[in-house]
Design a protein around this ligand. Structure first.
Ligand code: HEC
Length: 166
């Protein structure tokens, strides 16, 4: 923590002790001096800061980038009418089957309960998409898979709106 301003250290401690409290983090405009680019925005910082050990944070962000890559691959497969493949990507990269690969159980111990629930909602939505995509491979109907995909990406958006990592 040596590199951090004292307010930031205080914020981290606050985050550790008040893990469940949301939204006050930016109340004093501290984000203006932040290290994560918030200075580019005039929006007050309302996301709760969650503190992970460094290695876990790096691993989590890497897995996030893989999540985004999976969404891209799913969209690409869908655009070519390859419903089965879209479903397989969703299930293996984001669905319930992906849980063990993502050190999920270890991560969960550092997460506020509501954040862990949002992670679980993402895995459920991905598995749900996989089922819908499988059905669509018989009907050729795009609407339901697209709606399920929007629901899945909505789980990403919801968590990003609520939390940030130190
Ligand atoms: C349970 C919460 C949660 C869910 C669900 C979630 N993310 Fe994230 N994601 C985060 C947090 C927290 C960060 C760090 C944000 C920050 O510190 O500003 C992050 C960061 C990212 C990043 C930036 C990675 C980097 O290298 O900085 C990407 C890309 C990303 N997420 C993609 C996704 C996608 C795509 C999904 C859905 C398929 C998803 N995330 C679902 C919590 C989540």
């Amino acid at each position: 923590m040596a590199h951090m301003h004292s307010w930031a250290a205080g914020l981290v401690l606050w985050g550790l002790t008040q893990g469940a409290a949301v939204a006050q983090a930016g109340a004093h405009g501290m984000h203006q001096h932040g290290h994560h680019g918030q200075a580019m925005s005039n929006e007050p910082e309302r996301r709760e800061l969650v503190v992970f050990p460094d290695a876990m944070r790096a691993h989590t962000l890497r897995s996030m980038r893989l999540h985004l890559e999976a969404l891209q691959k799913i969209q690409n497969a869908l655009s070519q009418g390859r419903f089965d493949q879209a479903g397989q990507i969703a299930e293996s990269a984001l669905g319930m089957s992906a849980l063990s690969d993502h050190h999920a159980h270890e991560n969960v111990t550092y997460m506020p309960a509501a954040m862990a629930q949002m992670g679980a909602a993402m895995h459920r939505a991905a598995s749900q998409f996989a089922l819908v995509a499988q059905d669509a491979s018989a009907t050729g109907d795009f609407k339901k898979p697209l709606a399920a995909l929007a629901k899945l990406s909505g789980t990403c958006v919801a968590c990003h709106a609520a939390y940030r990592l130190h």
